[in-house]
Design a protein around this ligand. Structure first.
Ligand SMILES: *Cc1c(COP(=O)(O)O)cnc(C)c1O
Length: 391
């Protein structure tokens, strides 16, 4: 299809057709799932020159190309790597750009295992790690050092959903020569495109909405033209490629991601707004709500919201939080999110250094799935009632 035409099409039209050209494989709508290590060369000269399109399984196949083409288009990226988990999508770019003696700034509301990686492995490799306030905005300039190599952002933050001023942070960081990375898992490239806002490296736990069915672990990292070469070289050096069945499943997930997200967004907003008025609830942490402190910033930069948010229990303690969770019949108690089914988890914020836990009571995170909203509300009511009885 003509590129100029597809750029004007709606997102669901593009999601339905991006990535692969059916005519390249006998007209089959979907690309082949190529299981490959060895690729054969026709002669020694071709082999010596590595002059054919595919050379070895770790370096890409028609299946991975279909997916990376699609993600490049969604992100507006120069290149994308596909790795075996969302966590690998965080660790590979950090390893690609940091060296001993560098200073790394990480937002304090970051995904927990990212913090763990920085505090253990990166610290051991001689990298100085510092956490900053998610609401720092242009104030990041005051904590950038001459050796700050990477500024790591995640917006909204994990579990507490603070929105970062990504354009301001990018501008200040790049003026000092730092590379800006963003974990954009919450919004997906449908609701926020990091590279358009000055970010160099966009990270996704594609395990969540892109895969969408709680059955695949996969991550993507997309880079602008300046950072692509180094990111790709590190990826090849580390050998962190994904299995072809998982790659295929993510591409399959992308076809329906637009319609699934619309439903997640609508249901989550309805439940979040309703929850604000329920007894036993102190606050709802969802940037799409007018009551959220970063609502204006979210509205300025994001074109939508996804299905995950948290709420703070009013004056409750741990037994009441457990009573809430144990009374749920539809919401499952389990980690991760982005699948078709609803989930609830208690949130741990004890490792925060700046963006501390809300004082009112325990924080519960809800992933709103594709079920019917009235059933989910009834389930939450059951939980709140059980919590209120446990005094
Ligand atoms: C889930 C998650 C990850 C890690 O993804 P996995 O595929 O579970 O390793 C990374 N970042 C964020 C923000 C996440 O929510």
């Amino acid at each position: 299809m003509d590129k100029a035409n597809t750029a004007r099409q709606g997102i669901n039209t593009r999601l339905a057709h991006m990535g692969n050209d059916p005519q390249e494989f006998f007209g089959f709508v979907n690309p082949p799932v190529v299981h490959a290590s060895t690729v054969l060369f026709p002669d020694a000269k071709t082999m010596a020159e590595s002059s054919q399109r595919y050379t070895y399984g770790t370096r890409g196949t028609p299946t991975t190309d279909a997916l990376t083409n699609a993600v490049n288009e969604l992100e507006g990226a120069a290149g994308t790597i596909v790795v075996p988990s969302g966590l690998a999508a965080v660790t590979v770019p950090l390893l690609a750009f940091l060296k001993a003696g560098d200073h790394l700034l990480i937002v304090d509301s970051v995904y927990g295992p990212t913090r763990r990686f920085a505090d253990t492995m990166l610290a051991r490799l001689g990298i100085e790690v510092e956490y900053y306030d998610p609401r720092i905005g242009a104030g990041i300039a005051s904590i950038l050092k001459p050796n700050t190599r990477v500024v790591f952002t995640e917006s909204p933050g994990s579990n507490t959903f603070e929105v970062q001023d990504i354009p301001a942070i990018s501008k200040a960081s790049k003026a000092q020569g730092a590379i800006v990375m963003m974990d954009n898992t919450w919004a997906t490239p449908l609701y926020f495109r990091p590279l358009d806002h000055g970010v160099d490296i966009s990270i996704h736990a594609a395990t969540k909405y892109p895969a969408g069915h709680s059955d695949v672990l996969i991550g993507t990292v997309s880079a602008n033209a300046d950072c692509w070469k180094q990111l790709h070289e590190t990826f090849i050096t580390l050998g962190t490629c994904s299995g072809s069945d998982d790659v295929y499943q993510m591409l399959r997930g992308l076809r329906t991601m637009g319609v699934r997200l619309e439903r997640h967004e609508k249901s989550a907003l309805e439940i979040a707004g309703w929850l604000e008025a329920q007894p036993g609830v102190a606050r709802v942490l969802h940037p799409g709500l007018a009551s959220h402190p970063d609502h204006a910033l979210w509205k300025r930069d994001f074109s939508g919201s996804s299905g995950i948010f948290s709420f703070v229990m009013d004056g409750a303690d741990r037994p009441q939080a457990h009573a809430f969770l144990d009374a749920l019949e539809i919401f499952g108690l389990g980690y991760s999110w982005g699948g078709y089914e609803s989930l609830a988890v208690p949130v741990f914020l004890g490792d925060r250094v700046v963006a501390k836990a809300p004082p009112e009571g325990p924080v519960i995170r809800l992933q709103i799935g594709l079920e019917d909203v009235e059933d989910l509300k009834a389930d939450i009511e059951r939980g709140l009632l059980a919590a209120s009885r446990k005094t």
